[in-house]
Design a protein around this ligand. Sequence first.
Ligand code: NAP
Length: 431
Amino acid sequence: MNAKFAIVGSGPAGMYAADALLKSAPGCSVDVFEKYPAPYGLIRYGVAPDHYKTRNTSRQFARTFEENSVDFFGNVEIGKDISMAELREHYDSVILAMGAYNDRKLGINGENLNGVYGACAFVGWYNGHPEFRDLDPLLDKDGVAVIGIGNVALDVCRVLSKTRAEHDTSDICKHALDAIEASPLSTLHMFGRRGPIEAGFTPKELGEIRELEKCAAIVNASQLPNKVEGGFEGRTKGIKEKNLKILKELSDQNKPEKNVRMNLTFYASPIEILGTDRVEGIRLEKTDMVDGKAVATGNTFEISCGSVVTAIGYHTLPPEGVPLNGGTVANENGRVEPGVYVVGWAKRGPSGTIPTNGPDSRDVIELVIEDLETAGKPGGKEVDILLQKRGVRRVNFKEWQKISDMEYSRAQPPRPRERFTRVEEMLAILD
Ligand code: NAP
């Protein structure tokens, strides 16, 4: 089959889709488009830098790019450099895999104050995402309040609380490491509007905060139930039980020798971010749990802090012409319309780990193949001509590997890699 497929986004969902296309449609060609010169989306810009080994999944995806029938179109933005309609003209099917890289909003007063950051922006800052590299977050005062009790909230707190030595084996960007080290931060807060059992974090990630060199996690024992209740079963129940066990250990510990505190507070929902020119504090309302939902009690309290990071989930932002349904692309089992499909977080919202995207993408690719009636669109060769005419500097996979090699070679050991954080820096290596 000589079908031509375009995938928009080179993160896990897009790369699992590329792999599935190669297996399901031998003889096809797959062009993977990416807005930045660097591939792998969430693996590069979302995974915490101290979870460096998790980035190894990209090795598997590099092997996919090394297949002759797969081509990387880096530094090409769909909707700007080439439109969705043009992609459809050039490819037999288009698979959207652009993730959900936009922060959801709290919708409360004070959210626009200087010092309030969404997790996309904040994580993007320490991971050197070109769009957020210059975020320069306010870390000049003591106190950061992180909203949300999922794994992203834990990532942010953990990265902020680690010492330079603890970051030795991480690939956190130098600008962020220097800023964190220079910060007087000694109090971190994580606020969950629901309770410890409803929290989105998982035991491995929660357990890591027991091991921090200078930071002690503080949990109020009175907020912990004796056991997991609420009709959870199987694996989910197991996860909740393990979380509860770790939280109980944390509530029992006394670590006066550690000078940074990470307070985990449950049943507290933010209602206003306080300050005039910048964040000075946050007002929260205590909640009660009713039928699994957080219900306001009218009982409020305030804490002072210098910045707020919201880790409350993401929404997608597809190219023009693609229909939305809330925070995801409108679709039925991944089909947006015949010829256009969606996979990953853009399809189902921001949930699950990297491997969760494997079966999800494979299911959608089955639909793609079922729908494919004719093949005969021109594909990437003509797209290349179009991009050249428009003066777009497309980066191919070999060129990306050159940039990547430089990132390894310029790192100061023991740090494994020092990323380029600006598109111009990456292109300068090539031209
Ligand atoms: P998450 O687990 O869904 O956590 C989002 C948190 O935001 C929840 O505590 C949620 O509370 C809270 N929230 C949402 N709206 C809120 C509001 N208006 N006010 C206050 N709180 C609000 O999602 P995530 O942490 O963003 O992570 C996304 C996915 O990536 C998850 O599947 C996660 O496990 C995964 N991930 C995995 C790793 C890892 O494996 N190491 C690392 C990072 C992320 P409610 O529950 O009450 O809505």
